[in-house]
Design a protein around this ligand. Structure first.
Ligand SMILES: Nc1ncnc2c1ncn2[C@@H]1O[C@H](COP(=O)(O)OP(=O)(O)OP(=O)(O)O)[C@@H](O)[C@H]1O
Ligand SMILES: CCCCCCCCCCCCC/C=C/[C@@H](O)[C@H](CO)NC(C)=O
Ligand SMILES: [Ca+2]
Length: 494
């Protein structure tokens, strides 16, 4: 479009909008419109403002929690430099709390925060911070609705507030698996335009006592051991996972126990599908029958189909339950690439004892196009509930000591106390938090539809549009000879 001179079109206003750049990254751009008359300019500004106000899905007032110690300890800087200016531009007001200790955000949300005044809560941090928000909000909602959290049979009552994530952690798996990228600006823009995505929540119990909620990974064995070791190396920052991952790989411990699960039979799709979910939709694809048969043959089914439950006993290097893909920068396709965000199921992945070489092949397949489930010692089931019981009972005193972070001699193999073979127990990695209880029961995976949400949505079909039709904000009508900095594009409202 030809340039308009500021003398001929002296009035102008600027519209900021979301632009899709590459991959899943979003950026804020702006376009300046020039007008002949001030009144016309005002009319345009007024009309666009009215349209923006009518968008009720957009938040106007947010409660923000920043973890200053997550990831590379950049949470405050990321928020101040990259996110706060965008919220201001979008006329979103905020109350900001920089956390002072672990569980500060969880406890504040659960008991003190006056939630009615907010349109959403935002965490600046990693998966641990997101988990704190989930615990604060979900626990409060269950308490307010008289739900017994200790009962694995109870279904959760949905929360009415959405949770936004600004990634500033080490793995940022929940952000990556839902948005497709861990980029603070992209996440801030999703929040501003009011995107929402329902998410599955699992409740984890031990002896009919509630332990924790999980939204991404519940991992016993390999991922439990990596986390337990890495927590002692927090000073290393995100590199602690590589160090502990390598060390845990070399130790090659397996754990004996029994896994029982309730398969999800009434669903479309399997964990072996080629579909990828970032929007909660379940797409119907032809299922791969030969792979399914292969899976069945690999399972040692001891008590087939009693009341719909299946029971598998064995020695496992890893037991992982992925309620979403668990994609992250280390593994862009994730632990269970076809897992769905909001289908009320979790993908239970059992990795049996195998050689170091084979386990390495399995791990490396998470980073390539090859199927990590297509190995004789790996099986995957889409389930609604599951239980794990270690072969040896954990005594209360052992649990007490483990809860206090102590490593025990009694963990060493019971059959051959003098040898250095596998310990009797691992711990569970529950969204990046350690659960010292080996025996757990996971209640129904619940999808609090449209309610427990993060602010994002994905649709490959609109990926190609460069001008995404979401106006973020307006710089109101101004006269060009006074403000000369708004130069980006020259358009004329007609
Ligand atoms: N002010 C604080 N001081 C110490 N710990 C905190 C504070 N605020 C939050 N935490 C705790 O820090 C832990 C880690 O935080 P976070 O998840 O943000 O980062 P991360 O562990 O580096 O990232 P990721 O979970 O993505 O690997 C969480 O378990 C959280 O409870
Ligand atoms: C020797 C080669 C190893 C390659 C291994 C690649 C496999 C990576 C799979 C990563 C899955 C991470 C799942 C996310 C878990 C989070 O909940 C948790 C907390 O942030 N992070 C970790 C690392 O436990
Ligand atoms: Ca799921």
């Amino acid at each position: 479009m030809p340039q308009k001179s500021t003398e001929a079109y002296p009035y102008a206003f600027t519209v900021s909008y979301v632009e899709r750049v590459w991959q899943h990254r979003w950026r804020c751009s702006d376009v300046t419109f020039h007008c002949l008359e001030g009144a016309l300019c005002q009319q345009w500004v007024q009309t666009i403002r009215e349209q923006l106000t009518a968008l009720t899905s957009r938040p106007k007032h947010l409660l923000v929690y920043i973890n200053p110690y997550g990831g590379k300890q950049q949470g405050e800087r990321i928020y101040e430099q990259k996110v706060a200016p965008l919220f201001t531009l979008a006329s979103i007001s905020t109350d900001v709390i920089v956390t002072e200790h672990a569980n500060h955000a969880r406890d504040h949300l659960r008991t003190e925060a006056e939630l009615k005044q907010y349109d959403g809560v935002v965490c600046v941090g990693g998966d641990g911070m997101f988990s704190e928000m989930v615990h604060g909000l979900v626990s409060r909602t269950q308490r307010d609705n008289g739900v017994d959290q200790n009962s694995p049979e109870e279904k959760l009552v949905p929360c009415t507030l959405r949770i936004g994530i600004i990634p500033a952690g080490s793995t940022d798996c929940i952000c990556y698996a839902t948005v497709g990228i861990n980029d603070p600006v992209t996440s801030a823009l999703h929040i501003i335009v009011g995107d929402a995505q329902p998410m599955d929540v699992c409740s984890v119990h031990h002896n009919n006592t509630f332990l924790r909620y999980s939204v991404s990974l519940l991992g016993y064995g390999f991922y439990g051991d990596v986390l337990a070791d890495s927590e002692r190396k927090r000073w290393m920052g995100p590199a602690r996972y590589d160090f502990s991952g390598f060390k845990t790989f070399l130790t090659h411990h397996y754990y004996e126990g029994t896994v029982s699960f309730l398969p999800a039979t009434d669903i479309l799709g399997t964990p072996r599908d080629k579909t990828r979910c970032r929007a909660g939709y379940v797409l119907l694809y032809k299922c791969n029958l030969s792979n399914n048969i292969h899976n069945q043959l690999c399972s040692l089914v001891l008590y087939p189909h009693v009341w719909g439950w299946r029971v598998i006993r064995g020695k496992f290097l890893a037991i992982n339950a992925a309620s979403m893909s668990c994609a992250c920068p280390r593994s862009p396709k994730g632990l269970s690439p076809a897992a769905h965000l909001a289908d009320g199921t979790t993908d239970l992945i059992l990795v049996r004892q195998c050689s170091r070489f084979n386990f390495l092949r399995h791990l490396l397949r998470h980073t390539s196009k090859y199927d990590q489930f297509d190995m004789t010692f790996v099986e995957v089931h889409r389930v609604r509930r599951f239980r794990f019981t270690p072969r040896y009972c954990q005594s209360d005193s052992e649990l007490d000591l483990r809860e206090n972070g102590k490593r025990l001699f009694s963990q060493i193999c019971r059959d051959h106390p003098a040898c250095s073979c596998s310990p009797a127990y691992s711990s569970w990695n529950c969204d990046g938090e350690i659960l010292p209880h080996a025996a757990i029961e996971v209640g129904y995976v619940t999808t609090p539809y449209n309610l427990l949400c993060k602010y994002t949505v994905h649709s490959e079909s609109i990926q190609t549009h460069s001008l995404f039709p979401h106006f973020v904000t307006l710089q109101p009508c101004y006269k060009m000879d006074k403000i000369k900095t708004h130069q980006s594009t020259h358009n004329t409202p007609s």
